[in-house]
Ligand binder design. Sequence first.
Ligand code: KG4
Ligand code: ZN
Length: 332
Amino acid sequence: MILSIESSCDDSSIALTSIADKKLIFHKKISQELEHSAYGGVVPELAARLHATALPKILEEIKEYLQDVKAVAVTNEPGLSVTLIEGVMMAKALCLSLNIPLIPINHLKGHIYSLFIEKDEEFPLSVLLVSGGHTQILYVKNYETINLLGNTKDDSFGESFDKLAKMLNLGYPGGPIVEKYAKNGNENRFNFTTPLQGSNEIAFSYSGLKNQVRLCIESFKNITEQDKCDICASFQKTASMHIISKLKKVFEKHHFENFAVVGGASANLYLRNKLNTLCKKFNINLLFAPLEFCSDNAAMIGRAGIKAYELNRFVDIDKIVINPKISKVRVF
Ligand code: KG4
Ligand code: ZN
């Protein structure tokens, strides 16, 4: 089996996946949401310290399996440097002591492989990745070849939910909280402008929308719970319509049989509904990863790890490189 480790942000997670039949044998994740909530976002050094205690605690639970582990797969890019290093250090130590190979995994590839946990992979596939760090449209030919069809120019979809929640003092992570507030809100009360409407470019931008919402919040003397709900609903509508309008342009240009949506923010039911309607119109089969594997987890890293293992994508324990920002400049 493959032991996989994920620590790119604020989730400490370890999984064991059987190489022969891709079955998930063990999966555990310790999230740090509560600890970061007070700060309205992830504090990297605090996250690193929490990984340093959580990862060994999880490893302790699978001690008896270690003799059957054939390789260790670990997220080495992109993410927070101080948290990535916690997982990578543990992976190196395990490989050294068990005398087994080390497999570095790109976190975005991990999200793509969240679609294939306990399943065979099916490529080519076009994918929308919506997370806290990314908003990208990808055309995945296979494990190695991935083309970027569209990217965000600034903030990501999930990040904009986090920032709105912070502005409204709702806690962290913002996505699920803003979605909950939006359920009780009037999405037509505030008319925020959909970003990049006039342009044919396949790209995303959330910083302008964030500013519009900030000015709207600042215009209130006494903001009520209902005002907050209406702001969240109007924001969620505009943020989602931005994705839908750009995807429409992509679908008019390329015909895809299947289209998949991955990443933590793919859990958003409002976005899922709008995507469903759009894909039906274009006769495209819409795929999602199971809800439990949308946000960061080691099961998806293990599933990508199996593919890398089959391709012999091993790296020397002295040569593994941590690339915190790799995807900001180029995709893979
Ligand atoms: O994939 P993920 O766990 O971590 C990254 O790779 O970034 O995604 C986390 C992001 C956070 O920004 C979180 O607020 C967002 O996904 N998110 C959501 C929802 N659930 C999580 N955004 C919108 N709606 C949601 N229901
Ligand atoms: Zn992620």
